[in-house]
Each structure stands twice: as C-alpha cells, then as structure tokens.
Design a binder for this molecule. Structure first.
Ligand code: AMP
Length: 112
C-alpha cells in the first residue's frame, strides 16, 4: 500500500522517534505547528477516525495512554492538545489515522 506513514513505520522513510511499542509509533511532525508537535499513529493501517470500529477501537485508548506518558516525559504541565483531522473538510492530508499532540504555546480556539 502506498502510505507515507506505513513507510515511516517500516523505516523506509526516516522520522525522529518520540515513542514506539508493538502497537504504536510516535514521531515529530516534519512541519511543527507548536514548539512540541508529535504525531501518534497505530502500526495497523487505519485510514482515519471514520474507520474506527468495535474491532479496532482499543488502539485509540492505547494512543491516549501514550499521549499521557509523553506529556509526563516532556513535562507538558501547562497543557497540550490532541487533534485528529478526518477527511477533506477536516484537513486530513495523510490517509493513515494519526493524532497530533501539540504543546508549548497558547493554542487558539476555535480552530481555523
Ligand atoms: P494531517 O494534515 O492532519 O493529515 O497531518 C499530516 C501531518 O503529517 C502534517 O502535520 C505534516 O506536517 C506531517 N508530515 C507529513 N510528512 C511527514 C514526515 N515525513 N515526517 C513527519 N511528519 C510528516
């Protein structure tokens, strides 16, 4: 499958790793939108949040556990934001489920 994030998981495209286990990979976004900006992705290819089912939804809970671990490791005590863009109007550009974790500045609301 021609998927950029699957290639990052395989290691054929390099990334700066923040966390890895059997189920997920976290790496630094190549175009950071905040001083701390990592992506957390499942190793299993899932297109987007629209493809979450009872069979695969446990990965989402695991991703949030990893986010809490990263927040502790990186001392993000002033807060952070987790975002998943889904589909064209949601601003998704890579069709492999990913959660942006952003921190280190005041983040605007609502998003543009
Ligand atoms: P989205 O637009 O929500 O689909 O997010 C895709 C994200 O992937 C964007 O923030 C990009 O900057 C990021 N990105 C694209 N290519 C790479 C790469 N090779 N390494 C790290 N991040 C990437």
């Amino acid at each position: 499958m021609d998927c950029l994030f699957c290639k990052i998981i395989e290691g054929t495209i390099p990334s700066k790793k923040a966390y890895e286990d059997d189920l997920v990979l976290s790496f630094y976004d190549i175009d950071p939108k905040a001083p701390f900006h990592v992506l957390i992705i499942p190793k299993q290819h899932i297109d987007s949040a629209a493809k979450i089912t009872p069979e695969n939804s446990s990965i989402v809970a695991h991703i949030f556990e990893v986010a809490a671990k990263l927040a502790k490791e990186h001392d993000l005590k002033d807060g952070f934001r987790i975002v998943t863009n889904c589909g064209e109007q949601g601003g998704q550009t890579v069709n492999h489920l990913h959660f942006h974790m952003l921190a280190g500045r005041n983040l605007g609301w609502p998003p543009g």
